[in-house]
Design a protein around this ligand. Structure first.
Ligand SMILES: NC(=O)c1ccc[n+]([C@@H]2O[C@H](COP(=O)([O-])OP(=O)(O)OC[C@H]3O[C@@H](n4cnc5c(N)ncnc54)[C@H](OP(=O)(O)O)[C@@H]3O)[C@@H](O)[C@H]2O)c1
Length: 268
């Protein structure tokens, strides 16, 4: 199918669903006239759909009837009621679930067999076409639906498949960690401001440095340790900074943060 002709629906049009929609529009990966959305608050929905030029629908069943791929974008505790309520219209459609913790088995327990769904965790950089979609390798999309899912959403995110037991951890790495990066940027900027740079100068270089360093690592295929070593001149200044980071437990802070998130997820 020509992806520009693919009809994409959003059941729930909150923060994450609208970020995905914005990514599709930014990257020209879908035509606004082929995008459908619903939410509970019609007034808010009409404003959000109007500003994007997409179609506002009355409910999940209307979205499903109009779409080839339906993004299930409600809160995890709302998924069961929403998919059961629209089950007839969802039959035969490709459901792309973004609800945290609602995996393949949960969908089976809500809908039984005979539906086409894939459970994922996307992250917010998808709004600018630079996202990650952590997708459960166990799914029930047809070959054609999977191809369409990858063709459409692969334009705004890197899609990585994980076994069911790693889905939640993948979500921590892709979905929670952007907040760690925001703190890193803010803290590094604080250090630069403390030493005399203006805040706007700091924010104009730090994010680009981060994008550049990550892009360089991905494109060169080099190990991060090798790249770090290459900028640490013996007896130089960068190694002094690295040593200070080790002294203050920078690496362990990140490992500990992942441990704590997973502890919290397991207790929920
Ligand atoms: N935010 C993230 O970074 C992130 C990352 C990965 C995954 N997720 C997942 O994305 C999902 C949405 O999260 P969010 O942060 O976008 O939440 P949100 O902003 O609260 O959005 C929830 C949306 O669902 C709508 N809704 C609720 N009940 C509905 C119903 N019966 N029929 C149709 N629409 C209904 C809400 O409409 P009203 O506003 O009108 O009530 C709202 O548009 C969650 O399952 C979450 O786990 C979020």
């Amino acid at each position: 199918m020509d992806i520009k002709k693919a009809k994409v629906g959003f059941v729930g049009f909150g923060n994450m669903a609208s970020a995905i929609c914005d990514g599709l529009l930014t990257r020209n990966a879908a035509d606004p006239s082929n995008i459908y959305a619903c939410a509970r608050d019609q007034e808010k929905l009409l404003a959000k759909c109007g500003s994007r030029g997409i179609n506002a629908c009355a409910d999940a069943a209307e979205v499903a009837a109009a779409s080839d791929i339906v993004v299930i974008g409600v809160l995890p505790q709302q998924v069961e009621g929403v998919v059961k309520g629209a089950a007839d219209a969802l039959k035969g459609k490709a459901m792309f679930s973004i609800a945290a913790g609602i995996d393949f088995d949960r969908y089976i327990s809500y809908l039984g067999e005979g539906f086409n769904h894939i459970s994922t965790i996307p992250n917010t950089p998808i709004a600018v076409g630079e996202g990650i979609i952590i997708a459960e390798s166990r799914h029930s999309l047809t070959e054609e639906q999977l191809e369409l899912f990858e063709d459409v959403f692969g334009q705004i995110a890197k899609i990585e498949y994980f076994s069911s037991d790693l889905l939640s951890l993948g979500g921590t790495g892709a979905g929670c960690a952007p907040a760690f990066v925001d703190v890193f940027i803010e803290a590094l900027a604080d250090g630069l401001v403390k030493n005399g740079m203006t805040r706007s100068q700091a924010y104009s270089i730090v994010p680009q440095m981060l994008v550049g360093a990550a892009t360089y690592m991905m494109k060169s295929g080099k190990h991060p340790g090798e790249l770090k070593d290459a900028v640490c001149t013996p007896g130089g200044t960068t190694i002094v900074g690295i040593s200070a980071l080790e002294e203050t437990g920078f690496r362990h802070s990140l490992i500990y943060a992942v441990d704590k998130i997973m502890e919290k997820k397991h207790s929920m």
